[in-house]
Ligand binder design. Structure first.
Ligand code: MG
Ligand code: MG
Length: 257
């Protein structure tokens, strides 16, 4: 079984490289985000950027440990509207009013990066705007809890409290995670839970925090492709993610300059 690993300052520095490539991908696909563009085109752009940087996409051909699902077929996850996470890029043109979450991971110098954003195509409903804004705020308030001596539950609770106060749902079936040489390392970082509980955050812990927030129910359904996770009520979902290093000087967001 995998163990929690604590990274040295030099290793944390190295982890910035993979994460900054992911950042570049997310900026590029967001700029592409207008009606008529397809998520398959975004996926091709992501692959190009990662290859040019000399990195390797970590989602492509990914199979979760112990799972018999077919390998993930793309560089990015592209999750539209009611899709929460793990959407497969396709050739359906995006249209005004869509919201799309792009999640990307890559590996370089033997370390992984992982980050996700949600953005609007054209003009979206004020509710969709509020859902995206709230999810991003959940991530910001979670990062503020990333202090040596705090606990995982402090992160979880910050997300849940903010989301539920806004009247939204918090997905239980997928959680954040440690990250390092491997994309999904322990510990789990749930988006729900009680403050003051769970593991103590130690210097050198690097985690991916990724709130997945829903307009209605947080109950998830996975489609027949074995990947696409949608809200059971088919209402909207949003997803933001950063890779965060916990240091004695406070949190470092590795996936943002
Ligand atoms: Mg991710
Ligand atoms: Mg992740």
């Amino acid at each position: 079984m995998l163990q929690i690993t604590l990274k040295t300052p030099a290793e944390i520095n190295k982890m910035r490289k993979a994460n900054m490539i992911v950042y570049e991908v997310l900026q590029a696909v967001k700029e592409m985000g207008v009606a008529g563009v397809t998520t398959a085109e975004m996926d091709a752009k992501a692959t190009e950027i990662i290859q040019k940087a000399g990195a390797v996409p970590t989602f492509l051909n990914y199979v979760p440990a112990g799972s018999r699902v077919r390998p993930f077929p793309a560089t990015i996850c592209a999750s539209k509207n009611e899709v929460i996470v793990h959407g497969i890029p396709d050739k359906v043109p995006l249209k005004d009013g869509d919201i799309v979450s792009i999640d990307c991971g890559c590996k370089i110098d033997d370390f992984c990066g992982d980050s996700a954003i949600t953005f609007a195509i054209g003009k979206v409903s004020s509710l969709a705007e509020r859902l995206m804004k709230t999810t991003e705020l959940c991530l910001t308030s979670a990062i503020a809890q990333c202090l040596v001596g705090n606990r995982i539950g402090d992160i979880s609770n910050a997300i849940q409290t903010l989301a539920e106060k806004a009247g939204f749902g918090v997905v239980r079936d997928f959680v954040g995670h440690g990250i390092g040489h491997i994309m999904h390392e322990p510990p789990h970082v749930p988006n729900y839970g009680r403050a003051g509980q769970g593991r103590i955050l130690r210097e050198g812990l690097v985690i991916a925090i990724e709130p997945m927030i829903t307009q209605g129910t947080y109950v998830v359904e996975v489609l027949h492709d074995g990947w696409t996770a949608v809200t059971k009520d088919r209402q909207l979902a949003a997803h933001f993610e950063h890779s965060i290093a916990i240091t004695k000087n406070g949190p470092i967001i590795l996936s943002h300059p």
